[in-house]
Design a protein around this ligand. Structure first.
Ligand SMILES: Nc1ncnc2c1ncn2[C@@H]1O[C@H](COP(=O)(O)OP(=O)(O)OP(=O)(O)O)[C@@H](O)[C@H]1O
Ligand SMILES: [Mg+2]
Length: 141
């Protein structure tokens, strides 16, 4: 898909969100500033979780309640700052994976290779022809 604005990216994410049932793990790929967090914000907001920050603080793993069922929690991981295997294993990511009432979204999934993650979808975001254009591909694994 082609997105020409932040709003369009969030809409694409919201449409995708409506196909999810809970328990899915979504890997987000794309360079710095591609729109991985923007996509996550759109997806989370569509499911009822509004508080997702553009730049998560120094916390790598954040949990956002939706106040709804069946997806009660959105778990957002921004693995970019992870450096050591110890940091990665200390995240406690495993306890969130595959939980039927949660969704896990992982930015920079290659940084958490130490953890066995069964990815259900890969979202790839690439820069487009103009500054605000993005190419978004959603692959079901
Ligand atoms: N069509 C678009 N979709 C999404 N973001 C866009 C679009 N056009 C411009 N932008 C801008 O691109 C940036 C995307 O930032 P965002 O934090 O979502 O990227 P990211 O992939 O999460 O980066 P990082 O790897 O640093 O976490 C924002 O500054 C946003 O305003
Ligand atoms: Mg980001």
């Amino acid at each position: 898909m082609i997105s020409k604005s932040i709003t369009e990216t969030k809409k694409i994410a919201a449409d995708f969100a409506s196909t999810l049932r809970g328990g899915e793990t979504i890997a987000l790929e794309g360079e710095i500033g591609a729109g991985k967090t923007t996509f996550t914000q759109g997806l989370a907001a569509a499911l009822g979780a509004e508080g997702l920050a553009r730049s998560p603080t120094f916390t790598v793993l954040n949990v956002y309640p939706t106040g709804r069922e069946p997806i009660k929690k959105i778990v957002h991981v921004d693995a970019y700052r992870l450096r050591t295997s110890e940091d990665i294993l200390n995240l406690g990511l495993e306890e969130w994976l595959g939980q039927p009432d949660s969704l896990v979204l992982i930015e920079w999934p290659n940084m958490v290779e130490e953890v066995e993650v069964k990815t259900d979808y890969v979202v790839r975001i690439e820069m487009g022809e103009s500054a605000d254009e993005r190419k978004i591909e959603i692959e079901k694994k």
